[in-house]
Design a protein around this ligand. Sequence first.
Ligand SMILES: *Cc1c(COP(=O)(O)O)cnc(C)c1O
Length: 274
Amino acid sequence: MSTAAVRPTQERVEELRTSLAEIRARVQQAASANASGGRQPTLVAVSKYKPASDILACYENGQRDFGENYVQELVDKAQQLPADIRWHFIGTFQTNKSKILASIPNLYALQTVGSAKGADALNKQLISRTTTPLNVLLQVNTSGEDVKSGLPPLTSSPAPPDAELVQLARHIISSCPHLHLQGLMTIGSLTESLSSVEKPNEDFEKLKQTRDVLEEALAPEKGKWGEDGRLLLSMGMSSDFEAALRTGSDIVRVGTGIFGSRPKKEEVKNAAMS
Ligand SMILES: *Cc1c(COP(=O)(O)O)cnc(C)c1O
């Protein structure tokens, strides 16, 4: 691998060093405010639309977990950047992209699994992967908004036996040996403003409850899912990661807070066409 082509400028290195340090400090602070915690949360730097040179600058500051939303962009970056990066795919997962995603050797987790069909396709494509199984998180639509993907949360205990989330979790555990069910992911509605920083986010509470109910349902298969007996929670973005950590998030996905604002999707498309 040659990184010569992706060298960041010294100015950008300094900028990213500062923003990364600030976000890390805020993550530490919020995580220590969560009494039930103890596990060190993972900060995933969400680098969509940002150049490989930005990722390299963060990498040289010790950052290893990066999140991407678009398959081709992830493939291109993974080829140019160090092999010990842990890539997290957090974009919409389409079954027909299983093969290309599975071909990325250092894909660490796919956080947006939402169907048995998708899980099966991915499992099949991973047969030649010789390393550990691929971590998957099931996406839960906690806010109930139509535009957000994901399965319905579990709101009562015990979970109804036919709940989609329970069935999908069981399917992955029993029939997808190349996948490891690591946890649950949600986006939630972004309601937190600076003035409501101390207010708990209902969607984060919902994901936590869903996790607890799902763990009960999966108790007979304990040891075959999660990390140290717990399903991990991936929740919290730039505007709400502190609230998420206080609710018990294990994985926060921060883009803008580290890299600055992004162009809108339409602007990127237009630029590519012109
Ligand atoms: C873009 C994105 C993020 C990061 O969002 P920021 O607000 O820039 O921190 C996190 N999670 C998902 C699923 C995303 O698509």
